[in-house]
Design a protein around this ligand. Structure first.
Ligand SMILES: [Zn+2]
Length: 445
């Protein structure tokens, strides 16, 4: 057992100065309360729950720095897929493990303790199957072990390029033969002890009859929805309605569902999502980088929001959560848009706490790990943030975190009670960089 004594602890009831947190041997949180005298002093820090990454494609980390110029003239989401598909087709399980480990170590160093990996590169690019058909998923799981990060593997289903459009050659590594193969894979991974979910890639890539067949799965469901106008148009031309309603009609919109992006919703979609008890995961950095657009204002009223890192143009979840508010300000011409309406004056920490919840406990709901944060009995996923820095001087600590801090302020990180980052560094940082450098050479990337 360890007792951590930061300057302050962000609890479900607000910030508490001079409190300590007991970390039990089983990886859970014990007593949380006024500081015990014999704990480990974490001077100059505040302790928050670990950040939860609701949406990641770890392999896309290798595109960083390679997709910021164009040879095509007009460049957008659809042309960006060309280098992404080329990368996916270059990867085998060893490369996938190395690249994913690099990305996951970057995540834990940024305060992320659990990642929902939306995993869609399953098969050899030339066709056929690996000897172990789950080799790529196991490579991702191995990377999570190396990084010490909590993993929920969201095993994707992908069957077509779009309505009436067969698979492109570059999409072959993503495609199962049909829902039976996808469901069997998810069941195998669950039986092997992995935390898993099912991820119909999108309504564009999974036809309605296949969506209906996938309802045989009773666990988590994640799906890209309304990321691009052309996607919405194609789905509407096929089904007569937008992607969220198609998902709902197929029986896949429920309290275990997380809808990713939602940038181009139909009228009524936010209410539909709320009524189903589903979660919306957004990734402002990717949505801006790919030219998808801004999350429309209507989603912020009552929808449970979480954030992800998606393409890893940026790995900084506090920045993602803050951008949800900042983009709302840019769209509305107002300030403090997501502040909870209240009869009286708001508390200083109200909006900051909402942003911190988006980056942490809301993601836990999306990944089937609902929790209250730092409270007795919860898993000890914790981040100690360095606030003894000049840029924090004079600012209320939670407001500093929510609006001004970044991954550079992460000092220590615990996952299920185990300290995986100390003084901002993961012990395997250099090793995973070396392994990926070697894999890059082998693959000629
Ligand atoms: Zn995605």
């Amino acid at each position: 057992m360890a007792v951590l004594v930061p300057d302050a602890v962000w609890t479900p009831d607000g910030l508490r100065s001079g409190w300590s947190v007991e970390v039990l041997g089983d990886g859970r949180i014990g007593r949380v309360g006024p500081a015990a005298p014999d704990g480990e002093r974490l001077a100059g820090t505040i302790l928050t729950p670990g950040l939860v990454n609701g949406h990641s494609h770890a392999f896309q980390r290798a595109l960083r720095g390679h997709v910021q110029w164009t040879e095509a003239g007009r460049d957008d989401f659809w042309t960006w897929r060309t280098p992404m598909y080329a990368l996916a087709s270059a990867l085998d399980p060893d490369a996938m493990a190395a690249l994913t480990a690099l990305c996951f170590v970057e995540m834990v160093e940024s305060g992320i303790t659990t990642v929902g990996e939306f995993h869609y590169v399953h098969h050899p690019p030339a066709g056929g199957r690996y000897a172990d058909p789950d080799a790529m998923a196991r490579a991702v799981a191995h990377a999570a072990e190396v990084a010490g990060i909590g993993l929920v593997l969201l095993r994707a289903a992908y069957y077509r390029n779009g309505p009436g459009r067969p698979l492109l050659p570059g999409q072959r590594p993503f495609a199962d033969d049909g829902p039976d193969e996808t469901l069997a894979a998810v069941e195998r991974l669950a039986a092997a002890g992995m935390r898993v979910g099912l991820a119909p890639h999108s309504v564009r890539a999974v036809p309605v009859d296949a969506l209906e067949a996938l309802t045989a799965w009773n666990g988590l469901v994640h799906c890209h929805v309304a990321e691009q106008p052309a996607e919405v148009d194609a789905v509407r031309a096929e089904s007569g309605t937008g992607p969220l309603r198609v998902l709902e009609a197929a029986g896949l919109l429920h309290e275990r569902t997380t809808v990713v992006h939602g940038t181009w919703p139909d009228p009524g979609d936010p209410e539909r999502l709320c009524a189903a008890g589903a979660t919306l995961c957004v990734v402002p950095s990717t949505e801006v980088d790919l030219g998808d657009g801004f999350l429309p204002l209507g989603w912020r009223n009552g929808a449970r929001l979480c954030v992800g890192t998606d393409s890893h143009a940026r790995v900084d979840l506090l920045a993602e959560a803050r951008d949800v508010e900042w983009h709302a300000r840019a769209l509305s011409g107002r300030r403090n848009v997501m502040a909870e309406p209240s009869a009286g004056p708001g508390r200083v920490d109200d909006l900051a706490e909402r942003i911190l919840r988006i980056a942490s406990v809301h993601g836990g709901v999306a990944l089937g790990m609902p929790g209250r944060g730092i409270a007795t009995g919860e898993q000890a996923d914790l981040v100690a943030w360095d606030i003894d820095v000049p840029e924090a001087d004079g600012a209320p600590p939670l407001v500093f975190l929510a609006f001004h801090a970044g991954r550079q302020h992460v000092r220590d990180v615990w996952v299920a009670g185990r300290r995986v980052v100390r003084s901002g560094r993961h012990p395997s940082r250099d090793a995973v960089r070396a392994v990926w450098a070697s894999e890059r050479c082998r693959l000629g990337l």
